[in-house]
Design a protein around this ligand. Sequence first.
Ligand code: ADP
Ligand code: MG
Length: 468
Amino acid sequence: MGTWDYSIFWKETLNQFKNELSEQEFTMWFNMEYETSSDSAIILSVPSAFYRDQVKQRYQNRIETKLLELTGHSISIEFEIKQRTRPAMQDKPSEHESVHKDDEKESVKIYQSSKPAAPVSTERGNHPLLRKDYTFDNFVIGENNKFAANAAIAMSKNPGTAYNPCLIYGGVGLGKTHLMQAIGNLAWKEKGCKVIYVTAESFTNEFVESIQHNSTKAFKDKYRTADILLIDDIHFLQKKTETQEELFHTFNALYDANKQIIFTCDRPVSELKNLSERLRSRFERGLNVDLQPPSYETRCAILSKKVESRGVDIPQEVINLIAKNISSNVRDLEASLTKLIAYAELTHKPVTLETAQQQLRDSFGAPKQNNVTIETIQKVVAEYFSLSFNDLKGKKRTKAISFPRQLAMYIAREITEYSTTELGMEFGGRDHTTVMHGCQSIEQRLKAEPSLETTIQKLMKMIKDFNS
Ligand code: ADP
Ligand code: MG
């Protein structure tokens, strides 16, 4: 090597992509560095294997086509993984460790200051704000969450570099908080990062209190010294104008200092209402990844893992039974298991398929509250509007059908405890966000049209009377 130098072509390639892509996309994915060339390839360095795979999938062809145009030769690109230092952490070590950069190659290791090199993990206990069981080791990766989980691992290894900010979204009980805290736990233990975890609700409350107590400076300082800021459930910020404003400034301060910022939300940002445009654009910058409900196989794997970690004996057929019957939410999956374990402990009996069936009958798609099932709601509403049950549940989107359908969703939200994800599945396999949107549009209509309330009350009564 050495006789080949294609760096000039790489520069030109970058220039061209810069013009062709949005600024966001370009900064996010063209964070590759030219390393060297061989006779027919350019070697680029990237911050992680995950990053490499994403770039390959998204841009390799386009980049190689461009190189062919520019040089008249076919030049391929190859990747080398090189973890990079984070400049921002070097000039401001976290309160616990200081970070040296003696040598580029060593740059990812963190040493205790002026003590013999020792891995931080042996020195650090549990993080005070994070659940210690919310780790990557305890997180089962399946098709539904692979992308998010890999991005999360990459972020905890290289915070503030490749995916910043990051928004993890998805329905309730799908592992958003777990994944977010796993990033915090790993980065805290292995890299000595200063990690702050807060729910959007606590952030709001703290901010309001700081105003009342004239201590906004302390509030600002606290959040602006994080290496990694984790804010959970940002949908809570809707309508909280002043908190949004404050978060916007916190965001900018951290972002400019290359600190990692991660948010979670129960829906895509585009579906949040009452959010300032500039904060929305910050949330949307960087990487947005979603968590989907797990497949049957992944549900079995999650249950097996929980069984193992609790050191109990539950037969495989029971695991399969739960996984088959509870499909939309990992939290419910766990709750069923906990119930069985408690039962076994109380009665000193082993869990068998039969006891499981008995004990879990209530959790399995049976009525949750007031003896009302989603099916009953759908039947009553369909009949009231002279529609067929199948149309109400189905995919057609004509106005005559979609209004009754939204109404049925709204009523189901009001009188049952089904999550929006579960409801989405019951309404023709729709996304949970569609259900939320449906409910919101009924709420809007209710404001403009109070007589709708009477209809809803009437329908609710019919639903409750349906079985008797
Ligand atoms: P969310 O914040 O999305 O509502 P949580 O992170 O609170 O969901 O997850 C609910 C429960 O399900 C937690 O106990 C979590 O540990 C568990 N869980 C979710 N996804 C997984 C997974 N992929 N592997 C193992 N446990 C999971
Ligand atoms: Mg959560």
